[in-house]
Design a protein around this ligand. Structure first.
Ligand SMILES: NC(=O)c1ccc[n+]([C@@H]2O[C@H](COP(=O)([O-])OP(=O)(O)OC[C@H]3O[C@@H](n4cnc5c(N)ncnc54)[C@H](OP(=O)(O)O)[C@@H]3O)[C@@H](O)[C@H]2O)c1
Length: 309
């Protein structure tokens, strides 16, 4: 991912495409993202098999159609994942090879820039998984590999195997981390990421929409499939975080969502947060994070308000 001086990168989450965003809305969000200078997009073969009428691969298909229509594949840093689609579950060697072929076909491309293991697979030897990823890197269909939802111990053992067997190593991690979910990342994963110099792209950067400020006590219902998960944060800690975000957003004259993302982007060990938008209006509230620099006091206030103990 190229970086521009003074700009904090955002990785655009693609799980909305073919789910809460139809093809036209998806194209509009993607166009607006690249027009604003964005380049990295995070999808998965499993997005979004759970949605009614879907079977998986819908997000990759829309992305493939959009890149073909715009002729912009070379401008995009394309990340997808293997391991969570019910028909292609796990990280066995055969499954990774087959899933990569499927993803490349749907994405209409000859390469995946960053290929994620979507979640750990304790039933497959890590040697087998890393062999399969290494073969994809050697044949040019994958540029780099990463581990999502892995424990620190399993990242460490994978790195040891890659080093011992001269196999392509994980160079990126994708954990669940945001202002409302800090403990495990900050205490266990961040030290490993820093010592191993891994890239880190936290997902649910907006806590499923909670950190946009649209969920408030007594607030109106939304049609979002994320609403239940987001509303669960609306306890006294969540309300304190929203009050802090409101105050800082007003001071900078920017939307609340961009403050939450700017805080995350400025945390140690973070390369770029991953967040999604189902409309260009939503994206418009997120993008100011790219140039929003919070003061030390503002970052400390949000850390204080969101601390669990
Ligand atoms: N590795 C993994 O296991 C894993 C797991 C989950 C996600 N991810 C990745 O992370 C990405 C982000 O996750 P996510 O999209 O589920 O959660 P998120 O980024 O925390 O929340 C994004 C959602 O918040 C709402 N939103 C965004 N901007 C808004 C605004 N300005 N105003 C009001 N609402 C707004 C939208 O949902 P609504 O309009 O529906 O409310 C949007 O889809 C995914 O696309 C995926 O790439 C990875």
């Amino acid at each position: 991912m190229g970086s521009v001086a003074g700009v904090q990168e955002l990785c655009l989450g693609a799980n909305v495409f073919g789910w809460t965003a139809d093809r036209d809305s998806s194209f509009a969000v993607l166009d607006a993202f690249v027009d604003a200078g964005g380049s990295m997009i995070d999808t998965a073969d499993s997005y979004m098999w759970r949605a009614p009428g879907n079977s998986g691969g819908e997000s990759e298909t829309i992305l493939g159609e959009w890149m073909a229509a715009r002729g912009n594949r070379d401008r995009i840093v394309l990340a997808t994942k293997v391991g969570s689609l019910p028909d292609r579950k796990g990280l066995s060697g055969d499954n990774i090879a087959a899933a990569a072929r499927d993803s490349l076909r749907r994405l209409r491309t000859d390469r995946i820039d960053l290929y994620w293991a979507h979640r750990d697979d304790p039933d497959t030897a890590q040697e087998e998984t890393l062999d399969a990823f290494d073969a994809l890197v050697r044949d040019g269909s994958v540029r780099a590999i990463g581990a999502s939802n892995f424990s620190a111990d399993r990242i460490r053992s994978a790195l040891e195997i890659s080093s011992r067997d001269s196999l392509t190593a994980f160079t990126a991690v994708q954990p669940h981390y945001n202002l409302m979910e800090r403990d495990e990342f900050e205490t266990v994963l961040a030290p490993l990421i820093e010592s191993e110099q891994l890239a880190c792209f936290p997902y649910y950067a907006l806590a499923k929409g909670f950190l946009t400020g649209k969920y408030r006590p007594g607030g109106a219902a939304t049609d979002s499939p994320r609403a239940e998960g987001a509303r669960a944060y609306l306890d006294s800690r969540g309300q304190a975080v929203l009050a802090g975000l409101d105050e800082i957003a007003a001071g900078h004259e920017v939307p609340v969502a961009s403050v939450a993302l700017a805080w995350l982007a400025a945390q140690p060990a973070i390369t770029a947060p991953i967040a999604s938008a189902r409309t260009t209006d939503q994206l418009g509230e997120i993008l100011p994070m790219r140039t929003l620099a919070l003061t030390d006091d503002e970052r400390r206030l949000l850390a204080y308000l969101s601390a669990t103990s």
